[in-house]
Design a protein around this ligand. Structure first.
Ligand SMILES: *[C@@H]1O[C@H](CO)[C@@H](O)[C@H](O)[C@H]1NC(C)=O
Ligand SMILES: *[C@@H]1O[C@H](CO)[C@@H](O)[C@H](O)[C@H]1NC(C)=O
Length: 234
């Protein structure tokens, strides 16, 4: 698990918050909180007596160790940390909701390059997930190395494991091999596979519970993880 040591907090722009933190695993992480219209859920964990939105985000990170979604209510001085999205929507407009994007450097040889991940807790078909990521210049998470496997496992975290989070990730099966968007073959052994090989099950999902990849029909609905190579836009 990513051990978060400290945060330095900046207001990034109206509606966007940038948190810097340092972890054992990555030299430099940024967490971007972007205001969204999404509603928090009744299943989100509530923490009271929070005086500032930045403290809400910090508290959620400290309590969940995961980069999902937080909502802050200034009037109620309360914070909702959302890692379980099974509950009903809280449509009360006094909650401001922030989606978190997790970025880190040191993944590629060029230490200045950033890689950013965003978990989208909305169950959609594979093509819908793909389109969502691509719309903002990204792609579904590409697990092309052991390091990327570790990164996704850390990112989904123990809470994702507990909640049985399953996400679409990049790769399409053709004749027994898995292909990324750029037509390169997914290296074997990078993700332990649990494929049924049933007809038409040629899209890839990551199962946090048993830390495995598995095939399924692209028409099935799962949450997903997008990957972006440039932190600035998110
Ligand atoms: C990000 O960069 C990595 C490494 O160069 C590449 O494999 C991946 O496809 C890129 N992802 C996106 C969304 O462009
Ligand atoms: C699915 O195919 C792979 C590769 O051909 C094989 O290793 C695996 O055992 C198969 N799964 C089942 C359930 O037959």
């Amino acid at each position: 698990m990513v051990q978060v040591k400290y945060f330095i907090v900046f207001w990034y722009a109206v509606g966007n918050i940038l948190l810097y933190c340092e972890s054992d695993q990555f030299r430099n992480q940024n967490l971007y909180g972007s205001m969204t219209n999404a509603y928090p859920k009744s299943s989100c964990m509530r923490i009271n007596d929070i005086d500032l939105v930045i403290h809400c985000l910090q508290t959620c990170m400290a309590n969940t160790g995961i980069y999902y979604m937080s909502s802050y209510n200034r009037e109620k001085q309360a914070c909702l940390c959302c890692v379980d999205f099974s509950g009903s929507e809280i449509t009360d407009s006094s909650w401001n909701t922030y989606e978190m994007t997790f970025c880190y450097t040191g993944y590629k040889d060029d230490k200045e390059d950033k890689n950013c991940l965003k978990y989208v807790p909305e169950a959609v078909t594979f093509p819908e997930a793909e389109a969502y990521c691509q719309e903002k210049g990204g792609a579904l998470f590409k697990m092309d190395s052991q390091q990327k496997f570790d990164i996704l496992t850390d990112f989904i975290g123990p809470i994702g494991k507990m909640n049985d989070v399953q996400t679409w990730i990049q790769a399409k099966k053709n004749g027994g091999d898995w292909y990324f968007d750029d037509n390169t073959v997914m290296p074997s052994g990078v993700c332990p596979m649990d494929n049924t090989n049933d007809s038409g099950e040629n899209r890839l999902r990551f199962r946090a519970k048993d830390v495995k990849c598995a095939d399924h029909l692209g028409t099935k609905r799962y949450e997903f993880v997008c990957e972006y190579n440039n932190s600035i836009k998110y």
